[in-house]
Design a protein. Structure first.
Length: 366
């Protein structure tokens, strides 16, 4: 009898959370904020039978009842007891700042992985190939490199992260392009580092905020011969905002972190921007603004940093087409011929340039 009770109790402990979960789960219990796709239930195939058990295990781990809540509890305990973020891709900095350690971000922050001469030449020549393709058709080509957050707010990183090299990879690439081409490269790093009256990046996110994006937009406007408006001549306010992608990576509850979003007013506020979301996922956006100061059409080939450019750039140019690099193909510009092309890529992803250029120009373009 005792044995049966113990067996019944065991199965109750196993099944009860899954039975209760549908009744009590909230919005935070669904999906994942870890910048990855959760495992789907695998379809059994005889040829892949050896991998099937591990695929089922991955599915169970990703969809276990109350998974997100347990991960949040674990994150809070690690922060409170040990002072670190429970993710190998996140660095907990000072005064509520968090930093990205994934990809090339940490290497860039430490200066441990500068470009080899052959690498910078290969990447630079790819940019030159793209510029030649568009400028040969009478379309100006600009490149913008938003700096990594770690390179702008180093003072908030832990003291143990010391740089071993004072240079940076964007500067290496810019030097090569200056020596071998006339390509305009826009890099707001120095401006951000010397103007500290504003906060340019989110504390809990990898990206620049709308103040940083405003500066980027004005730099683009001026580089294309327009008249920019300094940020000192508009109104910038900081309002409470939701935590960003970094704290989501390790499921830190909102009440344990805070962030602010920048709101910019005084630049084209009277204009109505019309947005066409071509694919329904915001990867291809056609923005048109009747009455904009400049009647040109600008194509922006972008990554996630391009999102902050959408706030004000369309309030200067009559038409701005934003193409996420993953969805872009050069034939799209045949449907909406631009007057200028802006290629934006964040510092940490510079090694992706050859992949992007392959989408920007035909394969037989020299």
């Amino acid at each position: 009898m005792i044995k049966k009770i113990m067996i019944g109790g065991f199965w109750a402990l196993v099944l009860l959370p899954n039975l209760l979960f549908p009744l009590v789960k909230g919005s935070g219990d669904s999906g994942s904020a870890e910048n990855r796709t959760l495992a789907e239930f695998p379809v059994f195939q005889a040829k892949d039978f050896e991998a099937y058990p591990s695929e089922v295990d991955s599915y169970i781990n990703d969809h276990a009842a109350f998974r997100n809540r347990f991960l949040s509890i674990n994150s809070v305990l690690n922060l409170k007891l040990f002072g670190y973020a429970d993710s190998q891709d996140v660095i907990r900095g000072k005064e509520g700042w968090y930093f990205f350690a994934g990809g090339m971000s940490l290497f860039d922050a430490l200066g441990t992985e500068p470009f080899y001469q052959d690498d910078v030449a290969m990447i630079g020549n790819e940019i030159i190939r793209a510029a030649n393709y568009y400028e040969g058709r009478g379309i100006p080509f600009l490149m913008m490199i938003p700096p990594n957050k770690e390179g702008v707010y180093r003072e908030y990183m832990p003291d143990c992260y010391e740089r071993v090299w004072d240079g940076n990879r964007p500067a290496q690439l810019e030097e090569y392009l200056r020596e071998h081409s006339g390509i305009t490269v826009l890099d707001p790093r120095e401006y951000f580092n010397t103007n500290r009256d504003y906060t340019w990046y989110y504390k809990t996110d990898t990206h620049w905020n709308f103040a940083g994006g405003y500066v980027g937009s004005q730099i683009i406007i001026e580089a294309l011969g327009g008249t920019g408006v300094p940020i000192e001549d508009v109104t910038v306010t900081y309002e409470e905002g939701a935590p960003g992608d970094l704290v989501n990576l390790f499921h830190l509850p909102e009440k344990y972190c805070s962030d602010e979003t920048a709101v910019i007013t005084g630049f084209g506020d009277h204009l109505a921007v019309h947005v066409e979301d071509v694919l329904g996922d915001k990867n291809i956006l056609h923005m048109s603004t009747p009455g904009a100061p400049d009647g040109r059409r600008i194509a922006v080939i972008r990554d996630s940093f391009g999102t902050a450019l959408m706030d004000k750039l369309p309030r200067y140019f009559a038409n701005v087409d934003f193409y996420h690099w993953q969805a872009f193909d050069y034939t799209m510009l045949e449907e909406n011929p631009p007057d200028a092309v802006v290629y934006e890529i964040v510092e940490r992803d510079l090694t992706r340039i050859p992949q992007d250029v392959a989408k920007m120009v035909p394969g037989d373009a020299g």
